[in-house]
Design a protein around this ligand. Structure first.
Ligand SMILES: Cc1cc2nc3c(=O)[nH]c(=O)nc-3n(C[C@H](O)[C@H](O)[C@H](O)COP(=O)(O)OP(=O)(O)OC[C@H]3O[C@@H](n4cnc5c(N)ncnc54)[C@H](O)[C@@H]3O)c2cc1C
Length: 471
């Protein structure tokens, strides 16, 4: 901002003077009613909030609609043991870096509070307890018609641009196994799992073997449950410590800061490597980790855990960019598996019985609680729900690179599919990802939206083509 810093005080005389608070109150009262916003962001997690802050600085009138009660709730509502897996240097939000005493790995409720504070001090028009019900683009008027339920009141918003920031880890992927309806115990998707407190002494089966499954199993073990993880396919595991050292350390760490690479510089350096060749930079990192942690991986395999390193050995970050799943950053659960404290069973689920889980090899796993840690659906699902399946199909798959590796079908896309750039549905955009992506790419998306508001042409290199239906 520097010389564009607002004055705050208005020196001189003005008989119609309004205080900062009065102006904020006027805006909060009028925007979305008498005055329409230029953009509406559906989803007020960290993605919607960061983009909202960027748009605020650029003077683009924006409303963020969020169905939860408070900013930060999308983190607060996750299982109680969750801490960020990425370190603080990677996680700063735009404009307000975390303070010097902020923990390296932020507990989920703490990050929730930070987001709530940020929303307030960045003066965002944040409509909490507001659910977007439907959205339709009115071609004649050149504007969206978005029907929202604002704490019981139906309001229609008419912005020019609509951004989905509904989260790539927000639409639960609930599997359909035969017999789920007859199970006598409790069943939850991992996103609904409250934590271990009610399950001491109970038998719990967790279906899945990625991040959520590991975190939930570890917390259940600590809470006194008898817990079994069902591994259905190979998983990439990397311990947090070597990942921080070899994977992120040169750009996002205390040492990086000391050598002059702050988060902004790190973001630019990172973004300077094209996705096409990024895996070549990643492979040596994971070869190194494989070497330094050879004993750890041998012990995991001995315990029956089925490992992978990504299709081409390029590890965690490429898996994240390509498919957004298939890994666990180990913060302790792997040792519990090695020690047999979390029981492990590899196999496919055949059916859910009245009393537990039956696997394809005939094994019966008795359970009081079954947790389905089976991941999340893509953001297309939200578009299908709110705008319609046709629009979701027109946009096509969201996320991934087209690397032709598992869950990321080709052809090669060049950049992340449909993220932060115009899509095949005009005036419809996507934003999200981890805190790093939210921080960095919110700027480029905000600038494109600002340009549209100012009628400045911003042609892009080739509009995103649709190769896959958005289902
Ligand atoms: C277990 C777990 C651990 C993770 N750990 C990390 C980590 O360490 N670091 C990291 O950067 N990321 C992590 N992630 C990924 C994390 O999901 C994202 O970084 C973050 O939540 C994405 O923010 P977002 O704003 O894009 O989406 P979300 O936080 O999911 O927010 C989307 C919001 O949209 C709202 N919404 C959806 N539909 C509607 C509607 N119709 N109307 C109104 N509101 C709606 C939802 O209520 C939600 O609040 C983790 C995810 C999980 C599940």
């Amino acid at each position: 901002m520097s010389e564009r810093r607002p004055m705050g005080a208005e020196h001189g005389q003005d008989t119609n003077r309004k205080s900062w608070l009065e102006k904020r109150e006027d805006e909060a009262r009028d925007l979305g009613y008498g005055i329409q916003p230029f953009t509406v962001i559906i989803g007020g997690g960290q993605g919607g909030i960061a983009l909202g802050a960027r748009l605020r600085q650029l003077g683009v009138p924006t409303i963020i609609v969020e169905k939860n009660d408070r900013p930060g709730d999308s983190w607060r509502k996750r299982y109680k043991s969750l801490c960020l897996h990425d370190p603080v240097w990677y996680d700063h939000l735009p404009y307000i870096p975390f303070p010097a005493n902020w923990p390296v790995f932020s507990p989920k409720d703490k990050i929730g509070d930070w987001l709530e504070m940020y929303t307030r001090v960045m003066e965002l028009n944040y409509w909490s307890r507001t659910t977007a019900k439907s959205a339709r683009f009115d071609q004649e008027k050149g504007e969206w018609e978005i029907v929202v339920d604002r704490d019981g009141e139906e309001v229609t918003l008419r912005p020019k641009e609509l951004i989905f920031a509904t989260g790539m880890s927000a639409k639960p992927n609930m599997p359909q196994f035969p017999g789920m309806d007859r199970f006598k115990g409790e069943q939850q998707h991992s996103s609904q799992h409250p934590g271990p407190d009610a399950y001491a002494g109970k038998k719990v089966v967790v279906i899945g073997s990625n991040n959520s499954a590991h975190d939930i199993c570890a917390a259940l073990y600590e809470g006194g449950a008898d817990v079994t993880m069902v591994q259905r396919s190979t998983t990439h595991i990397v311990r947090s410590e070597p990942l921080m050292k070899h994977g992120l350390g040169s750009l996002y760490s205390e040492q990086a800061v000391k050598s002059g690479i702050d988060t902004h510089k790190a973001d630019m350096i990172f973004a300077s490597i094209p996705y096409r060749i990024l895996h070549e930079f990643q492979i040596p990192i994971y070869e190194k980790i494989k070497e330094v942690d050879a004993d750890f991986y041998a012990a995991l395999e001995k315990a029956g855990f089925q490992l992978d390193w990504g299709a081409d050995g390029s590890g965690l970050f490429m898996k994240y960019l390509r498919r957004g799943s298939g890994y666990y950053i180990d913060v302790g659960a792997s040792q519990l598996i090695i020690d047999g404290k979390i029981k492990l069973k590899a196999g496919q689920v055949e059916e859910i019985t009245e009393t537990g889980v039956r696997l394809a090899d005939g094994t019966e796993l008795p359970a009081d609680l079954i947790v389905y840690a089976t991941g999340y659906g893509s953001m297309n699902g939200w578009v299908a729900d709110l705008v319609g399946q046709d629009a979701a199909d027109m946009v096509g798959k969201v996320w991934g690179l087209g690397s032709d590796t598992p869950k990321d079908p080709g052809p090669w896309e060049g950049e992340q599919r449909n993220m932060w750039k115009p899509t095949q549905v005009e005036h419809l955009w996507f934003h999200g990802g981890n805190l790093h992506q939210s921080r960095h790419y919110s700027l480029y998306l905000a600038l494109q939206l600002k340009a549209r508001m100012e009628n400045i042409p911003t042609p892009v290199w080739g509009l995103q083509e649709t190769h896959h239906l958005g289902r």
